[in-house]
Write a protein that binds this ligand. Structure first.
Ligand SMILES: [Zn+2]
Length: 511
């Protein structure tokens, strides 16, 4: 599956590769052959087949252990919720599956992967259900809707078996306690039996619990499947809380300049005919070649920044969506051509951070990943920190891809520095001053690279290893001389003027 494709020319992406890697790493726990050799006594009930009207010859039949074709799902009529007897070797899988069910499912035609049912819904025009599942070994961006037959039916049968055993045990316990209270009631000469009513109430309560938890879990289900932005149609990764009924649409269409979103290509066309913006609504603070950076004030371009957050949430799982974008600067990276400045990624930054964060959220849009743009954005954020003379670090938690990007950037910077400086005299604090990296990020990275050694009572950096380390790509270079930016004077004790705007770009200074 490609994550981003040009509307004219499809393009593969990171996800396909990640998926392959993930498949290799988390190799299937059960093979297809295992599945085919499921016990032949197992009975599979699917809603379609269990409907007596559509399958009269099956209706009412009694399952015969050992006589069915093992490769073919069998069915039995009956209200499975009534849950009659559980015969050894005959297992019925109750459908629809309950939210929270855990079982392996066949993943990308490759292997079985353990997953959890997050949500379920009826497929339009049928009685069949489909299930939204999260694979426990994979990132949530691989969550998806699957049909019932993708599950490992033998494993489901085991789950069902356990569920029934638990239910039977609890019913026995209930019956015992009911009998006890019945005796008590009789003793106190109150004849009115509340048994059946209590049963109903229990069922209703458990149904409510299920519906309620289903509602809570709904926020984990991806809503928008695709966004069209500029020349790209991009498959999304995660849920994003679009306002109103926008979240109910399969595809949303974005103006790539003002980020307004609409529900159809026609509406987008109408908007583009009117929209005069050809770059992000801020000040250009960097330009080299066809790469440009714009600074946008969350307080003065609220709608633009909120829309950017909606887009970002589609690709960042953990991100807390900030409706209040006022306290942030947004730095938008663009590829520039004769049609305008096209957004490729961004990072946001608190105007004043008590925790020394120099990045709040950071994202390269999927069609532009694997081009070194992520490292450019990280480098740019540290260049701003150098101009501010403030040590900084990204806000935690980082997304999985964000963490990879930062670890790689930190390693490159540190190894570069240690190779080029007279590092024997460098302390961690001096490294921090030179790189604007926080000391804990420096130590963590040196440890991860296995560069710190304990020698004669002291921790020292192993320079032989530094020289021999093979480093990855440095990404797209960021030229500090091309940054035209002066730090904002917001800081501790400095009040942010209401509706503050930039005075305008000024020459960047190098320390
Ligand atoms: Zn527009």
């Amino acid at each position: 599956m490609g994550i981003g494709k040009k509307v004219v020319a499809p393009k593969g992406g990171l996800l396909a590769e990640e998926a392959r890697q993930a498949g290799a790493q988390h190799g299937g726990k059960r093979s297809a052959a295992d599945r085919a050799s499921s016990p032949d006594s197992m009975q599979i009930d699917t809603p379609q087949l269990s409907d007596p009207a559509t399958n009269p010859q099956v209706a009412g039949s009694t399952p015969q252990s050992g006589k069915q074709d093992p490769t073919k799902p069998q069915s039995e009529k009956g209200d499975m919720t009534k849950d009659s007897t559980l015969t050894a070797g005959t297992i019925l899988i109750k459908q629809p599956l309950e939210i929270g069910t855990k079982a392996p499912a066949f993943w990308r035609k490759q292997s079985y992967q353990e997953c959890e049912v997050i949500n379920r819904r009826k497929k339009p025009g049928t009685e069949d259900y489909e299930y939204y599942v999260h694979y426990s070994s994979f990132n949530r961006r691989l969550d998806e809707w699957i049909d019932f037959d993708r599950f490992d039916l033998a494993a489901l049968a085991k789950v069902e078996n356990k569920r029934r055993a638990r239910k039977a045990a609890s019913e026995r316990a209930n019956n015992a306690s009911r009998a006890k209270s019945e005796r008590k009631r009789k003793d106190s000469k109150k004849r009115k039996s509340k048994g059946p009513e209590t049963d109903k109430q229990i069922t209703k309560a458990s149904e409510r619990t299920q519906e309620h938890s289903g509602h809570e879990e709904a926020s984990k289900v991806k809503n928008i499947q695709t966004i069209v932005i500029g020349a790209w149609s991009v498959d999304t990764w995660y849920y994003s809380p679009f306002p109103g009924d926008y979240g109910n649409y399969h595809t949303l269409y974005f103006c790539e300049f003002c980020l307004k979103f609409v529900r159809s290509t026609d509406a987008l066309q109408r908007h583009c005919n009117r929209c005069v913006l050809r770059h992000p609504p801020g000040i250009e603070i960097y330009r080299k070649g066809n790469i440009s950076m714009f600074e946008v004030d969350g307080a003065t371009n609220r709608i633009y920044c909120q829309n950017l957050c909606y887009i970002a949430k589609l690709f960042l799982d953990h991100k807390t969506l900030y409706y209040d974008v006022d306290p942030f600067w947004f730095y938008i990276m663009c590829e520039v051509d004769d049609r305008g400045a096209h957004i490729v990624g961004y990072f946001s930054k608190e105007k004043y951070s008590e925790e020394d964060y120099n990045v709040a959220c950071i994202l390269t849009l999927p069609p532009y990943q694997r081009k070194g743009y992520g490292k450019f954005l990280i480098t740019f954020s540290y260049e701003l920190s150098k101009l501010e003379n403030l040590v900084g670090s990204p806000e935690k938690p980082l997304s999985d891809l964000g963490l990879l990007g930062y670890r790689s950037y930190w390693s490159l910077v540190l190894v570069d520095l240690l190779r080029n400086e007279d590092s024997s005299a460098l302390s961690i604090y001096e490294i921090s001053e030179k790189t604007m990296m926080k000391t804990e990020d420096i130590i963590g990275t040196l440890q991860a690279l296995n560069l710190i050694q304990y020698y004669e009572g002291q921790h020292i950096i192993d320079m032989r290893r530094v020289k021999n380390l093979k480093m990855g790509s440095k990404g797209l270079p960021c030229d500090p001389d091309c940054i035209k930016w002066t730090p904002h004077s917001y800081g501790p004790g400095v009040q942010i003027p209401p509706g503050a705007t930039l005075a305008g770009p000024s020459m960047g200074r190098r320390r």
